[in-house]
Design a protein around this ligand. Structure first.
Ligand code: HEM
Length: 325
């Protein structure tokens, strides 16, 4: 009884804090519960994400990457979800880093419609992406954290903006660090979040420049031959390989072992070894999984707080694929 009371007092206090800051539209943990607008929102999203990820773990990887691609472009405003339309024929979704590789859109659609059935017009698509990435992280890595919410959905989505702000697999550490710094993220965040490359897949085109005409010296030669066998030169279709050949559905610190052993797929993965600061962290994460897990969680929350680019107020979309009319 006493424990229950203590819990209620804790929720009450955190809600007071929430109401105190809402006027500035800052994000808060448990926003939909505290405002009593949709107390079940996070639970509903979790149920949908688990259903899909259980069937296809790769979708969980897709959702974590979607959160990254959403937050880096104009802040976490679900701009990545908008479909091409008559008024906006070229949204972010069609940009090279997203098309055709970004996946998990059907999970967001299903979560949104499940939430709309219970609390119509309340929960933003931007928050649904953030919840889904958090839930996928737990499902695939047993890494748990609380993610603040209360985001609004943006109305602007421009494909040409994507390549200006997102790092590519061909970038070196200096460029990757600068692109993260532009979002208020540190070199430590770069190293921690890159750990997401222990799950999911990559298309061959993101690394075949390291395989042909010769296997790059930044790549383990045996691993290079394995990749050649999966990604033949001038293949008619862009094949896919797992990011981590050993535990492709487990979000764990094996990525750092791979990077150290020159078995990361991307030049950008290898480049983490090119400064003492990042190489030391690669080593720390490699040897201490708990340290990686704590830092990964912290950096995901930080990424979710990237400020919005747009000064205009957002909206709660009816459909995550289109702005409201
Ligand atoms: C540091 C700079 C980064 C670069 C250059 C980069 C690049 C890439 C590329 C090229 C792919 C392959 C996509 C494909 O062909 O299907 C990929 C996959 C992936 N990335 Fe990154 N990424 C970076 C950082 C991140 C961050 C910060 C996260 C999230 C925390 C992330 C999560 C993922 C995940 C989970 C996948 C697998 C996606 C799937 O299986 O659908 N990446 N990344």
């Amino acid at each position: 009884m006493e424990a229950k009371n203590t819990f209620q007092i804790q929720v009450f206090l955190s809600c007071i804090l929430l109401f105190g800051t809402l006027s500035t539209k800052s994000l808060e943990v448990g926003y939909y519960k505290c405002t009593n607008t949709c107390p079940q929102a996070e639970e509903i999203v979790r149920g949908v994400v688990y259903k899909y990820v259980l069937q296809e773990p790769g979708l969980g990887a897709g959702l974590i990457r979607m959160f990254f691609h959403d937050c880096f472009v104009r802040g976490c405003d679900a701009s990545v979800l908008l479909d091409p339309s008559y008024l906006n024929p070229n949204p972010e979704k069609l940009a090279v880093p997203n098309n055709p590789s970004l996946r998990g859109f059907e999970v967001i659609d299903a979560a949104k419609s499940a939430v709309e059935q219970v609390c119509p017009g309340i929960v933003s698509c931007a928050d649904i992406i953030a919840f889904a990435a958090r839930d996928a992280t737990y499902f695939l890595g047993m890494i748990s954290y609380e993610i603040p919410s209360g985001r609004l959905d943006g109305r602007i989505s421009i494909a040409d903006e994507v390549l200006k702000v997102l790092p590519t697999p061909f970038h070196n550490l200096t460029v990757v660090k600068a692109l993260f710094a532009a979002q208020g993220l540190s070199a430590d965040d770069v190293v921690a979040l890159s750990g997401a490359h222990s799950i999911g897949r990559s298309h061959c085109s993101s690394f075949t420049n390291r395989l042909y005409p010769t296997i790059d010296s930044t790549l383990d030669q045996g691993f290079g031959y394995l990749l050649r066998s999966k990604c033949p030169e001038n293949a008619p279709v862009d094949g896919v390989v797992p990011q981590d050949f050993v535990t492709p559905t487990k979000l764990d610190n094996k990525y750092y072992q791979n990077v150290k052993g020159l078995k990361g797929l991307f030049f950008s993965d290898w480049s983490l070894l090119t400064s003492d600061e990042t190489a030391n962290l690669v080593n720390d994460f490699r040897t201490t999984p708990q340290f990686f897990e704590a830092k990964f969680a912290e950096s995901m929350v930080k990424m979710g707080n990237i400020p919005l680019l747009s000064g205009t107020p957002g909206e709660i979309r009816k459909s995550c694929r289109a702005v409201n009319y």
